[in-house]
Design a protein around this ligand. Structure first.
Ligand SMILES: [Zn+2]
Length: 880
């Protein structure tokens, strides 16, 4: 046996054997690695602090090592320290990565730990890895581990071919050389010609209203009817009344309040509401009001996707002091049931941390403890409303050093989002409350305080914000028939379920860029024949195809990626971010990406590329990954804003990503293809207007998702249809840190199905045992074409008798049958009764009752149906 890990020194970098994640420039991690302890032995000392529960490091070999199936390999680590490490491999085939690990306890005495690995049948390469994500005993803050040696033992015969050994490296070896290589390769490329560029802009331009939206209808003076909402601006540019899906979501007019000397300044209207422009796509309104020494100009643009873009300009006639200025939105308590907020900053750095929360807006006496967390607790749902007993109370506030750019409040079917692209014009400091949520009896009040710290107003000050009523459009009508399989690139055998299963059961397939494109997130096709063959094969089996792209990055190893991303940075998000090439041993394998901003011509270029893919390959939609927009200060393409001192501040391009999805949607629409747009990684207001599906759940690890998600969290953030105008799809990731044979057990999938079936949420059949999802989908198909009515547990009164047992039942009613999912979320098995009266009320008659998941006969007695439901499991019945 020989050790296939070369360079036994633990030097970090692309030209030696090891990689640390996160990168060592991450401020939250202190990595004192790579120390040479003595002349004999080299060692990596990993010392890290779990600051704010942020990233924990991982050490892995730079190059994947080729492995043979059915062969057993040993990873061996010699180490000492405190706490635990997880030892294992990251497994790869061309389409996926899977970690397999085993936990070991470290001591102050050097020990040798081994992990025995037999690659899964679809794995072609592994990267031996040491994970430091286990909290050390007795101290969750710091961990120290000294690694003396790591070995991956391979048979002599496999050694030569295990990796490309350094002596065989050709021209390139360091990052600098890689970038020089790009420069040389694309040095003669000077971008798209001006005439061609103008033609692209013209070609992808959207004129008119995109289905399923209808034009804005002017119903009476100041009143407008949209696809799902009705807005009344009789008195102001801020709505007096807002009705969504037939229900008023405000209890009084939305108010702009300016406070001076401790009380609101009485403002009087200055002239009538002015309609500046009125069409089917938008309405522009303007209004002035005034007090003795302050005039306020309010401007609003209502767009057909239920978006109101607002501008407030405070114009003092002489220097005045203002204590506070805020937008006050008053909801009926029955609508303000849930909240979601997100800082969108991403990255986990100290100065711009990613913060998010979602959950119930608690009533008096109600308590909520979030369960949801990502990457084994690296990020947590932060929503913690106050526990209070009085009818009037403060429920929550945001007083952080940075403002909150995005908040949504609503119930299971409707709501209102508020967002701002920047805090230009605001006044606040650390500790000032910029967002406050209060209960006032039967009302819930949200205050968005853009002037939260007193200021001296000497000149006009403008603040921009936006509101979006949700859902802006209905969700895709076939949401209940969604079958997104694990198929990526090939109909491969997965999780003990074979090719024939997927051919029979799949309706949608996504294709990873490695099959067809020149790199990650470029519409440039590298393998036209492969792509054609894949699409034709899928279409012959009735499977729709979604190539993988992203709105937030582009492959560096393409002319456009290099030129617009790196050389000119015209498409780049600023601050500039470039990923390190992950492989340099083989030129054809070089990959790297530049973070892009959709506020640039990149959006138009990508839309044009999508149009070409539709024309040439007959694709059915796009799977967009990494849809989280990040702040950008690239003034060259219109982002950022400059303060009085000339300093540039970043903006968050919410409206640009809306436009991006609008352009892409239009490419399908104008060719007469119903668009199927997938969005993974985010669903911000405005971004959601033109998408069909959103994929969530990635990073939620563990073998029992009933322990990872509470019902209020599901209702705030994971309802499939109806709430937001697109379909939420759950992406399971049970397996991280577990043996695949554990994660692929049917029981594990059924824990998740117990939650998703209750909330109308389809799941992606990936990284899991797909059989329960497939059986559920087959049952849904039996409901017949046409609309299916979803009757969730919170609206179906049969739950009154079930819920005290920890049992919940939701129903799907189609014109040919009814599916009922009954989940037991308690710790022990129960016998639940679906009473005959409830069944008769749901359907007039039925002739057969099928047990979808377990098979066998279901007896319907004079009492109804008695079901034995195991702990954290679900039973699904089909009545036809
Ligand atoms: Zn930008």
């Amino acid at each position: 046996m020989k050790n296939a890990i070369f360079g036994e020194s633990f030097q970090y970098g692309v030209d030696v054997g090891w990689s640390f994640y996160p990168k060592d420039n991450d401020a939250t991690i202190e990595l004192q690695n790579l120390a040479v302890l003595d002349q004999e032995k080299t060692a990596a000392e990993v010392k890290w602090t779990r600051a704010n529960d942020k990233a924990a490091p991982l050490l892995c070999t730079r190059d994947p090592i080729r492995v043979k199936q059915k062969q057993t390999y040993a990873v061996e680590v010699e180490a000492m320290g405190r706490g635990n490490i997880e030892l294992g491999v990251c497994e790869y085939n061309p389409n996926f990565l899977r970690a397999r690990t085993m936990r070991h306890q470290l001591t102050e005495k050097t020990g040798t730990f081994t992990f025995s690995c037999t690659p899964s049948t679809d794995a072609t390469e592994v990267r031996p890895s040491v994970f430091f994500n286990a909290a050390p005993d007795g101290d969750t803050k710091t961990q120290r581990c000294v690694i003396f040696r790591v070995a991956f033992w391979v048979p002599e015969a496999e050694f030569e071919g295990a990796i490309v050994w350094p002596e065989n490296w050709k021209e390139i070896s360091t990052k600098k050389e890689v970038l020089a290589y790009f420069g040389e390769k694309f040095g003669n490329y000077h971008g798209i010609r001006a005439t061609e560029r103008a033609a692209i802009v013209k070609e992808v331009q959207v004129t008119g209203i995109l289905p399923p939206y209808s034009p804005i209808k002017h119903t009476a003076k100041g009143k407008y009817a949209l696809t799902t909402s009705a807005w009344d601006f009789s008195r102001s540019v801020l709505p007096d009344r807002l009705v969504v899906k037939g229900m008023p979501i405000l209890t009084r007019e939305m108010e702009l309040i300016v406070e001076r000397g401790g009380s609101p300044v009485p403002m009087t209207p200055d002239g009538d509401l002015r309609v500046v422009r009125e069409s089917g796509t938008e309405v522009q309104l303007a209004r002035y009001c005034k007090s003795s020494d302050l005039k306020i100009e309010l401007r609003g643009t209502l767009l057909y996707d239920a978006l109101l873009l607002g501008t407030v300009t405070l114009q003092p006639s002489k220097p005045i002091s203002v204590d506070r200025a805020l937008l006050r939105i008053t909801f009926p308590a029955e609508v303000a049931r849930y909240i979601r907020y997100n800082t969108l900053r991403g990255g986990g750095s100290e100065t711009r941390p990613w913060r998010f929360g979602f959950g119930p807006i608690t009533a008096p006496g109600e308590k909520f403890e979030p369960k949801y967390n990502l990457l084994n607790g690296r990020w947590k749902n932060e929503w913690r409303p106050a526990v209070y007993s009085q009818p009037n109370a403060e429920i929550w506030k945001w007083s952080e050093v940075d403002w909150l750019p995005e908040v949504w409040i609503g119930d299971e079917e409707r709501g209102l989002a508020w967002f701002a692209e920047s805090d230009q014009g605001w006044s606040y400091g650390a500790g000032d409350d910029t967002f406050v949520l209060k209960r006032e009896g039967e009302r819930v009040v949200a205050e968005l305080r853009f002037i939260a710290a007193p200021i001296e107003l000497t000149e006009p000050r403008t603040i921009r914000f936006a509101l979006q009523a949700t859902p802006p459009k209905p969700a895709h009508p076939d949401w209940h028939q969604l079958r997104l399989s694990g198929v990526t690139n090939t109909f491969a055998k997965r999780g003990g379920v074979d090719e024939a299963f997927y051919r029979k059961n799949t309706a949608f397939a996504s294709i990873w860029h490695s099959l067809w494109s020149e790199g990650c997130s470029t519409p440039r096709v590298k393998s036209p024949d492969k792509l054609k063959e894949f699409v034709q094969g899928c279409h012959a089996s009735g499977v729709a195809v979604f190539p993988y792209l992203a709105p937030t990055h582009i492959e560096l190893h393409t002319p456009e990626g290099y030129y617009y991303g790196k050389a000119t940075q015209e498409w780049a998000k600023i601050p500039y971010q470039e990923s390190v090439p992950i492989s340099v041993s083989d030129k054809d394998k070089i990959t790297g990406a530049v973070k892009t901003c959709v506020n640039s011509f990149f959006a138009d270029w990508m839309a044009k590329g999508v149009g070409d893919l539709i024309d040439q390959y007959d694709i059915d939609g796009i799977y967009f990954d990494n849809c989280t927009i990040r702040e950008c200060s690239n003034t060259e393409h219109g982002c950022g804003w400059r303060d009085a001192d000339g300093e540039v501040h970043a903006t968050i391009p919410f409206m640009a990503i809306r436009r991006f999805f609008m352009l892409v949607r239009n490419e399908f629409h104008k060719r007469g293809k119903p668009p199927l747009i997938w969005c993974h990684g985010a669903e911000s207001p405005a971004e959601i207007s033109f998408i069909d599906f959103s994929v969530l759940g990635e990073g939620v690890y563990g073998l029992d998702h009933t322990e990872q998600l509470s019902l209020p969290e599901m209702r705030a953030n994971f309802i499939g249809p109806n709430q937001s105008g697109f379909v939420r799809v759950f992406l399971p990731q049970f397996g991280y840190g577990h043996e695949p044979k554990e994660a692929y057990r049917e029981e594990v999938t059924r824990h998740l199905l117990a939650l998703t079936a209750l909330h109308g949420t389809p799941a992606w059949w990936i990284f899991c045992n797909a059989t329960p999802f497939a059986k559920m989908a087959n049952a849904m198909d039996r409901l017949g074409d046409g609309p299916v009515e979803f009757v969730p547990y919170w609206k179906w009164d049969v739950n009154k008798s079930l819920n005290p047992q920890g049992v919940y039942a939701s129903m799907y009613k189609g014109h040919r049958g009814v599916v009922i999912a009954t989940s037991n979320l308690s710790e022990k098995g129960v016998e639940a009764l679906l009473p005959i009266a409830a069944l008769r009320a749901a359907m007039s008659k039925w002739s057969s009752t099928t047990d979808i998941l377990d098979g066998g006969k279901v007896e319907v007695t004079a009492d109804g149906v008695r079901l034995t439901v195991k702990a954290k499991d679900v039973r699904v019945l089909l009545f036809e």
